[in-house]
Design a binder for this molecule. Structure first.
Ligand code: PLP
Ligand code: TYF
Length: 396
């Protein structure tokens, strides 16, 4: 039965973890996978999460099935966070929200629904993008192409190229857009540029699919989510996949959502019914724990305030690491303008290092980044910073 099965390539990023774990170099540093580590190099358990979990354990509830579209209080909390409490689309009942297995699950439920809605549509992802975007939409049955995004020479976004591509896309094309903290480059577009993207989406009848996996890691919860409000204001129907993996440090709990903004309340009910079919035929209904934790934190004022503080702590520590990385690289004699490192937003820095340089960083120094030159700034700390900076300086 399986004689013809070929070995599939491993995930280029998650595969690095295996290589890292097997490395015996005592100085090794993992800057590969996009995970936030604290100043001691540890994956944090947020205090707000611990407090919510204590409450939940004390309430000790039986574990029945959750509704197909998720825990109602969780979906509501997601909506308020993503669209803003009292937002016109919420009061009008124009958002279909379902709990999902992380941001990835939200993307997949949306992709499966879109495939039924418009089977011949093409999908465009940024060049480059999170590798799973392409794979996920291909596996949902779509042809996937890319729109220009990163401009290596400029160390920024090729916005003219991006816009020209969107303006040439056929009606119905699904455009996957990083709402904030672009993975892998760290370069985001400005609110004014978003307006131009929105105008193109509107004029060409494209389908915008926002992926917001890093809300709060750029400039703040409201600041990073502002693009969603811009799409709402434009009167568009669109998709937003969201994730709490990073912002709550709940990676393994798989807590995310898919939000679909519709034209009318009636349309929303129909869309929700279709999303529920996608879910039912894949995994029936979502898990309980992570969503309960998030819903508890977001709806309890004291815990919510604590979360915002902890999230700001993560965001500010990453920013401090960016500034220190620039400083240490300069101290190691690296010349040229390094301000791109502090311009970039979110967990990653597209360093501009080549594949051979990234390979040398791994083999000679045990410093693990992605072959594309992406390094996870959120894994830097005061203890590994000098070593990382001197290793980078040596391969440059
Ligand atoms: N989208 C982007 C751009 C990401 O970087 C990630 C990271 O993991 C995800 C989606 C998926 O997040 P999750 O782990 O919640 O599925
Ligand atoms: O880009 C990253 O590192 C994160 C984590 O298949 C990740 O988004 C990487 C690969 C993958 C799933 C998650």
């Amino acid at each position: 039965l399986f004689a013809a099965v070929e070995m599939a390539p491993r995930d280029p990023i998650l595969g690095l973890n295996e290589q890292f774990n097997a490395d015996t170099n005592p100085a090794k540093v993992n800057l590969g996978v996009g995970v936030y580590y604290d100043e001691n190099g540890k994956l944090p358990l947020l205090a707000c999460v611990k407090a919510a979990e204590t409450q939940l354990v004390e309430a000790a509830r039986a574990r029945g099935y959750v509704p197909i579209d998720g825990i109602a209080a969780y979906d509501k909390a997601v909506q308020n966070l993503v669209f803003g409490e009292g937002s016109e689309v919420l009061t009008a009942g124009r958002v279909a929200t379902v709990q999902a297995l992380g941001g990835t699950g939200g993307l997949k439920v949306g992709a499966d629904f879109l495939k039924k809605l418009n089977p011949t549509a093409k999908v465009l992802v940024s060049n480059p993008s999170w590798e799973n975007h392409r794979a996920l939409f291909i596996n949902a049955g779509f042809e996937v192409d890319s729109y220009p995004y990163y401009d290596a020479a400029k160390k920024g976004v090729d916005f003219d190229g991006m816009l020209a591509c969107l303006n040439a896309a056929p009606a119905g094309t699904v455009v996957v857009l990083h709402a904030c903290c672009h993975n892998p480059t760290g370069y985001d577009i400005s609110p004014a540029q978003w307006e131009q993207v929105i105008a193109a989406v509107k004029a060409r009848n494209l389908v915008a699919f926002l992926d917001m996996a890093y809300q709060g890691f750029g400039d703040g919860i409201a600041e990073d989510g502002a693009v969603v409000g811009q799409f709402v204001k434009a009167g568009l129907s669109f998709f937003v996949a969201t994730s709490f993996s990073k912002s709550f440090s709940l990676y393994g709990e798989r807590v995310g959502a898919l939000n679909v903004v519709c034209d009318t309340k009636d349309e929303t009910a129909k869309v929700l019914s279709q999303l529920k079919i996608v879910i039912r035929t894949n995994y029936s209904n979502p898990p309980t724990h992570g969503a309960q934790v998030v819903a508890t934190v977001l709806s309890t004022p004291a815990l919510r305030a604590q979360w915002e503080e902890e999230l700001a702590g993560m965001r500010n520590r990453i920013k401090a690491m960016r500034a220190k990385l620039v400083e240490r690289l300069q101290a190691q004699g690296v010349k040229g303008d390094l301000s791109f490192i502090t311009t970039q937003r979110g967990m990653f820095s597209y360093s501009g290092l080549s594949k051979p340089q990234m390979e040398r960083l791994r083999s000679e120094f045990g410093v693990y980044g992605v072959d594309s030159g992406r390094i996870c700034v959120a894994a830097l700390n005061d203890k590994n910073l000098d070593y990382v900076a001197s290793s980078i300086a040596k391969v440059m």
